[in-house]
Write a new protein. Structure first.
Ligand SMILES: *[C@@H]1O[C@H](CO)[C@@H](O)[C@H](O)[C@H]1NC(C)=O
Ligand SMILES: *[C@@H]1O[C@H](CO)[C@@H](O)[C@H](O)[C@H]1NC(C)=O
Length: 649
């Protein structure tokens, strides 16, 4: 009697398979029908999946109830996460495939949900829309969006959360229609539609969405952090810390707002502010301030604020002057007034402007990326600086908790940087917005030219992993009012609206000159329209004062014809920009007289200097684009060479 493998019976064969590598299981599948059936058994793939999860392979956080999935989907997932883990080990994240779309509008926000739904907000000066694509259709070659709807203003900020109601989006619109729109995507009579759960007028700059609570940083155009219970349509004020909101670093919008252990936390450049949540007392109470090292960008490092177990420290990942840091905050009510941390990746050129911006962390909190530009200055053999490399992605892994690195240890650990170039498409220099699925190995990028790309770092049937989550758009409750599906006219001004300051003052020989449309010679007004990387953009992104810039007046330099100081307003706050000193002053009322003597408390500094690196990358890209165009013209006929990019203006 010959004993063959196939006579072992299904259960024992499964046990044998569990001892094999994935490649060997695939070989075994080729041997015969019995073995082929065994290697496709659902129970086998569930075992392997669970084992991988225990071995700290990164699993999609939205993979709920995986026993509901069929065997081939579980197998596809297992093979995908293993292949991705291998790509990380070999430090090669070059995408295997990509899908590209060109929207007619500038992309200002996007988010990828459950490896399947891609939400994109795009706008121009006359319309603004929100669209959703189903990646399972895109992967099969259908580029049509699942649903589209129009909004009354440009989406400046947004947060998205999967809730009991399905996918919930909180979108903060620009100053032309200042409001937070709470939306959801629903399946309705076999189609998909955007529906509006709620709209809160007057609030904007969304920094958090957690259940019923939305945290916003702008109220009627002023930087005043507050929270909204959107279900109850109720706005809660956040009391200012004892030393007031009107101090440098606290006048601008915060980097981040999050909840943790029942507290509300506002992350600013040098401090964390702790508050009670209204659930405790129907109002928000100030708890304490905790000092942190200088923070230019920050993200919370955990699956979701509500998932973090009670008592575990809050961990933030930040870009600081030292590099990428992890900041660990133990329970502040028992602990110290300052937070510890360590540097994960020291900055390569500390004497120069930070080379990294747009820090983003995956949903499972295990991998992060940032865009790098000008990381090291390179010189050729003759000592001339080499042309700058265009901006590119840099991915890294967060050391896992079991490595003991995420305790408050002084041991500095340098994580490897995996650099990945998008081959120049979409233009990563054009103020990109990014999201990535760290478990499935998908990265999505959109830019202000409307270029949208989906990169697959793994390859091999990505469409087989788009059904890991239940259909989040399929809900039993009544569909809320639908959003319009025809464009709404935007009230975007072509130029800033000008207002005259109430009182004209004179000091010394210099007078404030009040601005109006027909004032000749004021050539710099165009720098304040809010175009990418102009002065208004810097005010919003580097100084942290979003809103419409309303120029008010300027002082002329007595010795030259140029503008010396420009006075403008954003919300109810006045600013003076001194060109000679490149200095921004801020006032609660109209300043009077000649701005010669400056109170230090009025001087604003960058809250997010990484925006200036992003601006460098933009200007460099623009110059190269224009320069490139000239060389091309010399060599090719226009018709021979496709227009690589839409016009910049
Ligand atoms: C498994 O499920 C996926 C998605 O639900 C489906 O597309 C596929 O056809 C199923 N495969 C089998 C073999 O039933
Ligand atoms: C609740 O709020 C009131 C003021 O609104 C305050 O006096 C009281 O101490 C608060 N209670 C708690 C438990 O925070």
């Amino acid at each position: 009697m010959s004993l063959s493998l196939t006579s072992l019976g299904e259960y024992l064969l499964c046990l044998v398979c569990l001892e094999l590598s994935l490649a060997d299981i695939m070989s075994l599948r080729q041997v015969c029908r019995v073995l082929s059936r065994t290697t496709k058994a659902k129970v086998l793939w569930i075992y392997i999946l669970e084992r991988q999860a225990l071995e700290e392979t990164i699993m999609p956080p939205y993979l709920n109830d995986y026993e509901r999935l069929n065997s081939s989907t579980i197998e596809a997932l297992v093979r995908r996460v293993s292949r991705l883990a291998h790509k990380w080990e070999t430090q090669d994240l070059s995408p295997v495939r990509s899908w590209k779309l060109h929207l007619p509008l500038a992309i200002t926000w996007l988010r990828l949900v459950a490896g399947r739904w891609l939400f994109v907000a795009s706008s121009d000066s006359s319309s603004s829309k929100i669209s959703c694509w189903d990646l399972s259709l895109i992967f099969q070659g259908c580029m049509e969006p699942l649903a589209e709807a129009y909004l009354p203003g440009q989406v400046k900020t947004g947060k998205l959360e999967v809730q009991k109601l399905g996918i919930v989006l909180a979108l903060g619109l620009g100053p032309e229609a200042q409001a937070v729109h709470i939306l959801t995507l629903r399946k309705c009579h076999g189609c998909h539609v955007f529906a509006e759960l709620c709209c809160i007028q007057g609030s904007s700059h969304v920094l958090m969405l957690s259940g019923d609570v939305v945290a916003c940083a702008l109220r009627h155009g002023d930087s005043v952090p507050h929270i909204i219970n959107w279900m109850a349509q109720r706005v809660y004020d956040i009391p200012p810390p004892p030393d007031d909101l009107n101090i440098p670093c606290r006048r601008s919008v915060p980097h981040l707002i999050t909840t943790w252990n029942g507290a509300l936390i506002i992350v600013r450049r040098n401090t964390l502010e702790f508050y009670t949540l209204p659930s405790a007392n129907d109002s928000i109470g100030f708890l304490k301030l905790v000092q942190i090292s200088t923070t230019w960008e920050a993200a919370v490092l955990c699956a979701s604020p509500s998932v973090s177990s009670m008592g575990s420290p809050l961990r933030l990942i930040t870009i600081s002057p030292a590099g990428v840091e992890i900041c660990i905050i133990e329970d502040p009510l028992t602990g110290l007034d300052s937070a510890g941390g360590f540097c994960l990746d020291p900055t390569p050129n500390p004497e120069h402007r930070t080379p990294w911006y747009r820090l983003s962390v995956g949903q499972a909190g295990r991998r992060f990326l940032r865009i790098s530009f000008n990381e090291v200055s390179e010189f050729d053999s003759d000592g001339f600086p080499k042309p700058r490399k265009p901006p590119h992605f840099t991915f890294s892994t967060v050391p896992s908790q079991s490595c003991g690195l995420l305790t408050n240890s002084p041991r500095a650990s340098k994580v490897p940087r995996i650099v990945w170039d998008t081959d120049g498409e979409p233009a990563l220099w054009a103020i990109p917005t990014i999201d990535f699925d760290e478990a499935l190995g998908l990265t999505v990028v959109g830019n202000i030219f409307g270029e949208l790309a989906i990169y697959d770092h793994v390859g091999q049937h990505p469409e087989r992993c788009t059904d890991l989550s239940i259909d989040l758009t399929d809900q039993k409750t009544a569909v809320p009012p639908l959003l319009p599906t025809t464009p709404l006219k935007l009230d975007l001004p072509v130029a800033p609206t000008l207002k005259i300051v109430a009182t004209q003052t004179q000091a010394g020989e210099t007078t404030w000159i009040f601005m109006n449309y027909d004032h000749p010679g004021y050539y710099e007004l165009s720098k304040w329209y809010g175009e990418p990387c102009d002065e208004a953009w810097i005010l919003e992104h580097a100084y942290g004062f979003p809103g419409r810039v309303l120029p008010q007046a300027f002082q002329r330099d007595p010795l030259s014809d140029g503008c010396q100081t420009m006075l403008f307003r954003v919300g109810s706050r006045y600013f003076a920009f001194r060109h000679d000193e490149y200095q921004l002053l801020s006032f609660t009322g109209t300043p009077s007289g000649y701005l010669d003597v400056v109170d230090d408390g009025q001087v604003e500094t960058y809250s997010r200097p990484t925006a200036m690196t992003e601006r460098d990358a933009f200007l460099d890209g623009k110059v190269k684009q224009e320069g490139w165009g000239e060389t091309i013209e010399d060599t090719f006929d226009d018709e021979d060479y496709p227009d690589p990019r839409p016009d910049l203006v």
